[in-house]
Design a protein around this ligand. Structure first.
Ligand code: G4P
Length: 548
């Protein structure tokens, strides 16, 4: 383990917080998230992480591979390898949200720990299912959302069509910060509205820069022209030039200045176009993003809002990772710092257990490299050794007791009874289920009347089931079987059991309870949900998220 020296020049809390940007990238598999992450990390000065990101790509989502991947993967990537590594004065914390077949509730929870989201869209495909789901979680968390339309070097949808999809489907107004000039073989670059400059795309140059990984040559020097430049027509061709002039006129008519307050409130998304693979438009995006995005924000607590520069330390556990090192069967809890200054060895209180804990071996993870962390500020993520002291959603604090709101439980789509194949191992079975539940590996629900019945596992991805079964066998010595249930939609009944009882007999749904004892209805499809709401108003409001 390397030790990072604490900063020679102490910067005050406000300076530290103002220079931090913590964000997650949300996308559908194959939209190019891994590629974009690599490029962004390059600029952040952490190219090694970029390699680690690349290495896990294409890994099959078999359980064993998943376990392997979990070991290799940090919960997040930071732009810093040391406190001195900054990009343009900023520290970038990029939270890693697995988007592949290993999609799980972790992905959702990680979004809860971010302050900003980058929604990556394949410009040829437009919005896709996983993007939609993750978008909802961003909206639930009130995150500012920045849209990057990727793969413009391939034939793409018209930019207006992409904006229209976002506006229509998400009811989210857009503001094009830049505008593509052609697409596919005819892709010539982007028009950047804030500077009224054209950044030219030159496939030959970018191929070269791709080889050198990261140099955004295409956006430097001769490749940037003011929109009125006399040589522009020659560079992009008459037809595209005429189209661009028309588009600019339209954009100028449509939109005035970007309303940053609306962006920060999550009610307007700035949109960018480019190509991650060609490293085109990435730096332009990053530079603009840094200016527009929000610094770590204050959060609601049981004792009012706590600001990021408050002297008292608060943080919450958003991810637990087990068995990162098989020799130690270690567990790591990832804590997002919300306020104050974190210092190695400091004593905090866990609001749930009310116990004091010394944070003595905090680390930051870079791929497989652990670095001992000396200090951290709001927006940072710390990995803590977790011999069972922490659970998902735990608040850690110093000073006055403050509890951050629990992380909501997200709408599962797969349900199965978990059966214990060896009744002699009842205790181990119960212990395993309880611990995996505490870790947030899976949600567990029970029939309304009986806790004795087998638990119903509820997940957002099939892999969560496989991981539970594998870990039950490996760590608790219990073989299990799964009985899939024919449901795909869960809805929490906001009116509680009174509303369920008032509704009387409910058709086409099974009523179960979550770990907090709240009623949840399981449906085959969304149509059945609408039908119940229409036919039985007594059921009241149904929500796709728990409100613990
Ligand atoms: P993901 O993490 O979102 O799943 O996407 P990933 O970066 O793995 O990219 C998925 C595929 O899309 C990769 O191709 C990648 O090279 C390609 N890609 C990413 N960005 C761009 C882009 O800007 N333009 C084009 N044309 N392609 C892009 P692959 O064939 O699966 O892998 P590889 O052989 O290229 O490594």
């Amino acid at each position: 383990m390397k030790t990072v020296p604490s900063s020679a020049v102490e910067r005050d809390l406000a300076t530290e917080v103002n220079s931090r940007r913590t964000f997650a990238i949300i996308s559908h598999p194959d939209a190019g998230k891994t590629t974009l992450t690599e490029k962004l990390l390059y600029y952040g000065g952490a190219i090694q992480e970029a390699g680690a990101v690349r290495a896990r790509r294409g890994a099959k989502a078999a359980t064993s591979d998943w376990m392997e991947m979990e070991k290799q993967r940090g919960a997040f990537c930071s732009s810093r390898r040391s406190p001195y590594d900054r990009y343009d004065g900023f520290t970038l914390n990029l939270l890693d949200t697995p988007g592949h077949a290993d999609f799980s509730e972790d992905t959702y929870r990680t979004v809860s720990a971010a302050d900003n989201a980058v929604m990556l869209v394949d410009a040829a495909k437009g919005l896709e299912p996983q993007t939609r789901k993750l978008f909802e979680v961003c909206r639930l968390n009130g995150l500012p959302i920045f849209t990057f339309c990727n793969k413009l070097d391939r034939p793409s949808l018209e930019p207006l069509e992409l904006l229209d999809q976002i506006e229509r489907e998400f009811d989210l107004p857009t503001y094009a910060v830049n505008w593509p000039i052609g697409s596919g073989d005819a892709f010539k670059g982007v028009y950047h509205r804030p500077t009224r400059e054209v950044h030219l795309f030159d496939a030959a140059v970018t191929k070269e820069s791709r080889a050198k990984k990261g140099e955004d040559k295409s956006t430097k020097g001769l490749s940037v022209l003011p929109v009125g430049d006399a040589t522009l027509t020659e560079r992009i061709g008459e037809e595209l030039h005429a189209q661009l002039m028309e588009d600019i006129e339209l954009l100028d008519e449509l939109g005035s200045d970007l309303d940053l307050d609306a962006v920060h409130a999550g009610s307007l998304t700035p949109v960018f176009f480019g190509s991650g693979m060609n490293n085109f438009g990435v730096q332009l995006f990053l530079d603009t993003f840094l200016g527009y995005s929000v610094r770590p924000r204050g959060r609601e607590t049981s004792d009012g809002v706590i600001g990021p520069t408050d002297d008292a330390f608060t943080g919450f556990v958003f991810k637990l990772q087990a068995n990162m090192d098989p020799r130690h069967r270690d567990k790591v809890a990832f804590v997002r710092v919300v306020s104050g200054k974190f210092e190695r060895g400091m004593k905090v209180t866990n609001a749930r257990t009310k116990k004091a804990v010394a944070l003595s071996r905090p680390s930051q993870l870079f791929g497989q490299d652990k670095t001992v962390l000396e200090c951290g500020y709001a927006g940072d993520v710390i990995g803590l050794n977790n011999p069972g002291s922490f659970a998902i959603g735990d608040t850690l604090y110093t000073g006055k007791r403050r509890v951050l709101p629990p992380i909501p439980t997200f709408s599962p789509e797969l349900f199965a009874y978990l059966r214990n194949a060896d009744t002699g191992k009842y205790k181990q079975f119960q212990k395993g289920v309880a611990e995996l539940l505490g870790e947030g590996a899976v949600q567990v629900m029970y029939s309304r009347d009986s806790l004795k019945q087998d638990p119903i596992l509820a997940a957002v991805g099939q892999l969560q089931f496989e991981v539970v079964q594998a870990r039950m066998a490996q760590e608790y010595g219990v073989e299990t079987t799964l009985d899939m249930l024919p449901f795909n939609v869960a809805r929490w009944v906001e009116g509680g059991w009174d509303a369920v009882d008032a509704a009387g007999r409910i058709f086409n749904a099974q009523c179960v309870k979550d770990v907090w004892g709240a009623p949840v209805l399981l449906f085959k499809n969304a149509w059945n949900v609408d039908q119940l709401v229409a036919d039985t108003p007594e059921i009241g409001t149904l929500s796709p998220f728990s409100k613990p």
